[in-house]
Ligand binder design. Structure first.
Ligand code: HEC
Ligand code: HEC
Length: 292
């Protein structure tokens, strides 16, 4: 009969493994929610050809040329299967990949830079539970000098020094602070709704004030100004972020439809409410009406 000590040790190890498994599952579950809140799938999946989830290849048109999103599945050759948590956090928040390459801001790391490290790690844990896909990356089609890696380095040197959005309004409630985190560090709303300078850097002084030359055309001002969403109530905004329905019965289109499907409709009702409360609480930005 085995002595008691090894038996006890075996039981303890068994409990520890089961406990570790449950913790990993919890982390991936938390990551799944954050993954949607941060909208990774849309850009990293070639939706036009119904390509495999996160295997990259989606064309992202910018004034500088077309970027193709990379494969971020856990494939060890073509994806990020060999990346550590630290590698991942550095790319998400610092714009530098595992190989030390500076990443282009077509990847919204200037927004994700505000993400908590633990949230980034949870997203990675979730991505690693999804199927690995062996699909090679496609080179960007961006003309020199903008397409050179050194351009990404120079861009970061000039324009990147941390999160590209203003802090939450002074004296903000916990709800508004949560909305601030959801809108900026996760939902990267400003990547479309904030105007950019000549070099494609976001202008934090006009945060969420609309972008006349955004992806797919003119993107509306979503600050509480007359030229923005001053007339929409928090409930109107919640409905819009849930279903895409506008107060006038119209449905939002294009890029925003995708954001609603992939991101804001998947949030909990409390988080959608926080997002709306944040939009109502930020400083209004006046945007000149479109010139004829
Ligand atoms: C607006 C589109 C867009 C969104 C949203 C987006 N990405 Fe990306 N991502 C890109 C592009 C484009 C690149 C390539 C940048 C480059 O080549 O410099 C990239 C690069 C990356 C890289 C570096 C991969 C490598 O091999 O170097 C990682 C990791 C990554 N993204 C993860 C994510 C995660 C996780 C999310 C969600 C939290 C996300 N991305 C959301 C467009 C996007
Ligand atoms: C990929 C680009 C993109 C991102 C990211 C994005 N939006 Fe939008 N958004 C748009 C476009 C384009 C429209 C205009 C849609 C239309 O008029 O049909 C829009 C419209 C809206 C409107 C309606 C404004 C109005 O006056 O009708 C709201 C509110 C809104 N977005 C909120 C958000 C929030 C909150 C986020 C972040 C969670 C976000 N958007 C992220 C592109 C984007």
């Amino acid at each position: 009969m085995p002595s008691r000590k090894p038996m006890l040790a075996m039981i303890l190890v068994g409990v520890a493994i089961a406990g570790g498994g449950a913790a990993a599952q919890d982390l991936a579950k938390k990551g799944e929610y954050l993954f949607h809140a941060a909208g990774c799938a849309g850009c990293h999946t070639d939706v036009a050809t119904k390509g495999p989830l996160l295997a990259g290849g989606r064309a992202l048109k910018t004034p500088f040329g077309t970027f193709y999103s990379p494969n971020i599945t856990s494939d060890r050759t073509h994806g990020i299967g060999t990346w550590t948590d630290a590698d991942f956090v550095k790319a998400m928040k610092g714009g530098i990949d595992k190989g030390g390459r500076h990443l282009f801001p077509a990847f919204p790391f200037p927004s994700y830079a505000g993400m908590a490290d633990d949230d980034a790690k949870a997203i990675k844990a979730y991505i690693f539970t999804l199927p690995a896909v062996a699909k090679p990356n496609r080179t960007h089609d961006v003309s020199p000098p903008f397409g050179w890696r050194i351009a990404a380095w120079g861009w970061q040197l000039l324009f990147f020094g941390g999160p590209a959005f203003p802090p939450a309004p002074v004296g903000a409630s916990d709800e508004v602070k949560r909305g601030h985190y959801l809108a900026n560090a996760l939902g990267h709303c400003g990547e479309c709704h904030t105007p950019r300078n000549w070099f494609g850097a976001l202008d934090p002084s006009k945060h969420l004030g609309g972008n006349p030359t955004g992806p797919g055309g003119r993107i509306p001002n979503i600050t509480p100004d007359k030229t923005g969403i001053a007339d929409a109530s928090a409930d109107d905004l919640i409905t819009l972020l849930d279903s895409g329905m506008k107060p006038d019965g119209d449905v939002v289109g294009g890029e925003m439809y995708e954001v609603i499907q992939e991101t804001t409709s998947k949030l909990t009702p409390e988080d959608r409410k926080a997002l709306a409360a944040y939009l109502k609480a930020i400083p209004p930005v006046h945007m000149e009406p479109r010139k004829k």
